[in-house]
Structures are given as structure tokens and as C-alpha cells.
Design a protein around this ligand. Structure first.
Ligand code: 9MR
Length: 480
């Protein structure tokens, strides 16, 4: 309890992977376009981008760097339009929080329920996102009928669970966390129902069984407290080395990455690199970065640094395929429920407004919106991030969060560039001017120009769209 909880990198595709990736991309784009056509009608397609592919979103920026940016999502949130709007535009990978776990998918022996997982997959497909299947074999959220089985029956139950679930989602998931959290923190094997019945050989058996059911899915081992070098990651490293030498199908290692502010391991990049050097993909699978509540601006600034560090680490390792945050925002994060007095662990605050960490990630991914207007240098500077706050037929409200950089600022200027069929009809919380077409707005600070280092303010505006284009605009921020 109260310990950092993290995850690790995962492995990648063997031969034929490139072609598969191309096919997957085509399928994904097709799904994204289909969703777009459904949402806005055929006439609006020209010039629009599928949700999640826009250049200024986390997903779009990550894609430009050859990575994905994902989020965890649970079925109950699919009816929350604020959450789905962010999830469907900012992220292009979804990990179901609980919906594919054993206690949901096979609550009693041989009786399967895929409806909750199917709902997440369908949301992903409608928004041009891919899915990380999570998870197949785990000591937790394991129905009691499995742990009560005579040890002689556990292997058959495990294999049939894997075969049935992986077959059900064949072709629909990008990767599977086949074995989740198999180690104790000292690097010994966790003595769960599977280990007790089969010894450590259950891991190879699980991977082989999953591969037989869907040879195209990337198969991962996923764990926490393995992000930096240490006894636990050494144990995992030895395991995957041995699996590879035996020809066991393993493609990746997932680093969960449940961090505490200021404690991203300094060896994370080197550690990911050594797994990648084995020919595996690595991924940051459950990123969050918690702090004591109420959050202070110093902790939020440190969190921004931490998130940027993780992005930098992933970008520095060519086999790091992507980063997923665990939850969309602080309001749906597991942290306050699990670590009393802690929270504020994600990039979006409890009202789903982007935090400094969001801007830092945008900047780390090379985005202009988060890059600051001064070109760095540590004096002044600001970043801007867009979110849609409301939408109706023919229009929407947008909001830009302006965040000061590493020093206090006294004024700022932000630009918002809408598409050709979009006209900004109103604005608030700043002094705005428009171009003649009405789609490019320059907003200068008014009463809200003075911001302490890392502090934020927002301004808002209303957009009328004549062609069904609700796409997010590029936004910039500069200081004098
Ligand atoms: O986010 C999940 C939460 O809703 C569940 O209550 C919890 C139960 O163990 O599992 C959470 O997700 C975990 C993930 O599946 C594996 N790594 C740790 C995550 C946080 O506990």
C-alpha cells in the first residue's frame, strides 16, 4: 500500500510486422473515416481529419513521431460526453480499465461475457483508435472459481480462457497484456494460482496459447515498478531473455508507470533500451503521476516535468511504440480510491481542463501549441491547449488554457486558427481581434495577463460551422 505502482515496456511484431502495421493503419483510417462520415455527413469530408489524427492532439503529435498516445477507459464513462470527446480526439489507443479482465469475461467456469469489452472496442473503432487488450492472466480481479480449482485443472482453465477471449477479439486488438504483474517487488515470482499450479512455465504456456488464437496480436508482459533498473526489472529481463531463447512468442514489455511526482526513475530510458535491444517493443502502458491533495502549483509544475521526461524517454528509444495514460482525467483516475490523500495524477484536472502536464507533453512531442512562444530559454513563455467544452448542431464552444512557462509572465497573446468553414462568433476572457474571414482569432490577455510560473488561465469562444467541421484548431501562445 502506498508504494509506487508502475508498468513496463512490451514486445513487438516478429516477421511480417510491417505489412501488418500497414493493414492495421488502413483499417484504422477506414474506421475513423466511417465514424466521421456518420458524424458529419459526406459533404464535409474534404479538408477534415479523423478524430485523433489532428496535428495538435496528443494522438496526432505522437503519430507524427511514430508513436501512439492512449488512454484507459471504462464502460461507465462511455455515456459521459465530456470524457468521450477528449478520449476520442486526443488519444488513438484505448485500454479497457476492467472490461477484459477475467472476473468480467469469464465470471463462472466456461460462461463468458464480452459485452463490456465489446462496448470499449466499438467506441475505439468509431473513433479511429486501436485497443490494448488488458489482460488475460493476472492474480487480481480473478474470479474465485479459478483460485479454488484443484491445481491439476488450472492449466486447462487458463488455456481455454485465453483461447476463448483472444479468439473473440481476434483482429480487433493491437496487443494483449497476456501476463500481468507476474513478479513481486524483490524479483521473485508472485505465488498466484497459476504459478502454484504450473511454476513459472505458465508464462510461456500463456503466450503460446494466445499466439495460437491470434498470431497477429502483439503479446506483452506488463508490470509495475519495473520502469527503472532494479531487482524486479532484472528478473523480468532474465525472464524475457529466456522466453526469447526458447522461441516463445513475446513481442513486448509494458511499463505501467504509476509514478509519484518527482520520482520518475532516472534509469527509465536505459532500462527501456535494454529490453528493446532484445528485439522487443516497449510501451508505457498505465502512466499517471500522483501528488498529495490539494495539488500545489509546484507539484503541478513537477508533474509537467515528469510527464515530459517520460515522453522524452519513449521518443529516445526507437522500439518504444507508445504511451498510455491510466484514465482520461483526474476525475476518473483510480488514484484517490487507492492511495488516500493522493490524486491529481493525470494531464486533465477534475473538470477535464488540461493541466501543465498536458502542455508539457504537447511540447515534448514537438507540438507548437505547447512549445511556448519564446522558443524556450527559460524566461517567460507560455503554452496554449485547446478543448471543446460544448457542441450542438452547427456550432460549438471552445476553450484555450494558457499556461505560463518556467517564469512568471505579465501578458500573453494566443492565436486560434479555425478551418475555412468555421467562423468565430463570440469570445470571452480576453481582448480578441479577428481576420476578415472570421476564422483566425488573436486573443490578447486582459485582466488575466499576470500568471505565476506554471499557472494557467482560460479564454473561451463560440464557433459557427457551416460545413460540419468541428475539428480542433491549432492554438499558439506567445509572450512579448
Ligand atoms: O483501473 C483499475 C481499477 O478500476 C480497478 O479497481 C483495479 C483493480 O485491481 O485495477 C485497476 O487497473 C489496474 C490495472 O489493471 C493493472 N495495473 C494497475 C492498475 C491500477 O490498479
Amino acid at each position: 500500500m502506498g508504494k509506487p505502482h508502475g508498468s513496463q515496456p512490451s514486445g513487438s511484431q516478429p516477421s511480417g510486422g510491417k505489412r501488418l502495421r500497414e493493414v492495421r493503419l488502413r483499417v484504422r483510417l477506414t474506421a475513423g473515416l466511417a465514424a466521421l462520415v456518420t458524424a458529419i455527413g459526406l459533404g464535409a469530408l474534404s479538408g477534415a481529419t479523423p478524430a485523433g489524427a489532428a496535428g495538435t492532439t496528443l494522438a496526432g503529435l505522437a503519430s507524427a513521431r511514430g508513436r501512439y498516445f492512449g488512454t484507459e477507459l471504462t464502460q461507465d464513462l462511455l455515456s459521459d460526453s465530456t470524457v468521450t470527446a477528449i478520449a476520442g480526439t486526443q488519444f488513438n489507443m484505448v485500454t479497457p480499465g476492467n472490461e477484459m479482465k477475467w472476473d468480467t469475461t469469464e465470471p463462472s467456469n466456461g460462461s463468458y461475457n464480452f459485452a463490456p469489452g465489446d462496448a470499449i472496442v466499438s467506441f475505439a473503432q468509431q473513433h479511429g483508435m486501436e485497443v490494448r487488450g488488458h489482460n488475460l492472466v493476472w492474480y487480481s480481479q480473478l474470479p474465485s472459481w479459478v483460485s479454488s480449482l484443484p491445481t491439476s485443472q488450472v492449466q486447462a482453465a487458463m488455456e481455454s480462457h485465453i483461447t476463448t477471449e483472444v479468439s473473440h477479439y481476434k483482429g480487433e486488438v493491437y496487443s494483449w497484456d497476456v501476463v500481468n504483474e507476474p513478479f513481486n517487488d524483490d524479483g521473485s515470482y508472485r505465488a498466484d494460482a497459476f504459478y502454484n499450479a504450473m511454476g513459472s512455465g505458465y508464462i510461456a504456456d500463456a503466450l503460446r496459447t494466445a499466439h495460437a488464437a491470434d498470431p497477429n496480436a502483439k503479446l506483452y508482459i506488463n508490470d509495475y515498478n519495473i520502469e527503472g533498473e532494479g531487482a524486479k526489472s532484472d528478473a523480468l529481463y532474465a525472464l524475457v531473455q529466456s522466453l526469447i531463447s526458447q522461441g516463445v512468442p513475446i513481442n513486448g514489455v509494458g511499463f505501467e508507470s504509476h509514478f509519484i511526482v518527482g520520482q520518475v526513475p532516472a534509469t527509465m530510458q536505459a532500462n527501456m533500451r535494454r529490453f528493446a535491444a532484445l528485439g522487443l517493443d516497449v510501451a508505457v502502458t498505465e502512466l499517471d503521476d500522483r501528488m498529495p491533495l490539494p495539488a500545489t502549483s509546484a507539484d503541478l509544475a513537477q508533474q509537467a516535468t515528469d510527464y515530459a521526461t517520460v515522453v522524452d524517454d519513449c521518443l529516445a528509444v526507437s522500439r518504444c511504440v507508445g504511451i498510455s495514460q491510466w484514465g482520461v482525467g483526474d476525475a476518473d483516475s483510480w488514484i484517490p480510491g487507492a492511495f488516500s490523500g493522493y490524486g491529481a495524477a493525470t494531464m486533465y484536472d477534475s473538470g477535464y481542463q488540461p493541466k501543465p502536464a498536458y502542455n508539457a507533453v504537447v511540447a515534448a512531442l514537438g507540438g507548437t501549441g505547447g512549445g511556448g512562444g519564446t522558443g524556450g530559454g527559460g524566461t517567460g513563455g507560455c503554452t496554449a491547449a485547446y478543448t471543446e467544452t460544448q457542441q450542438w448542431s452547427g456550432g460549438f464552444n471552445g476553450q484555450v488554457t494558457v499556461t505560463a512557462g518556467s517564469s512568471a509572465i505579465t501578458s500573453w497573446t494566443s492565436t486560434v486558427t479555425m478551418g475555412g468553414g468555421q467562423v468565430i462568433s463570440a469570445s470571452w476572457n480576453g481582448n480578441a481581434t479577428w481576420n476578415t474571414a472570421g476564422n483566425v482569432m488573436t486573443m490578447k490577455s486582459s485582466y488575466n495577463g499576470s500568471l505565476a510560473a506554471g499557472a494557467s488561465t482560460t479564454f473561451g469562444f463560440t464557433v459557427q460551422t457551416s460545413n460540419g467541421d468541428y475539428a480542433a484548431p491549432p492554438v499558439t501562445c506567445t509572450t512579448p
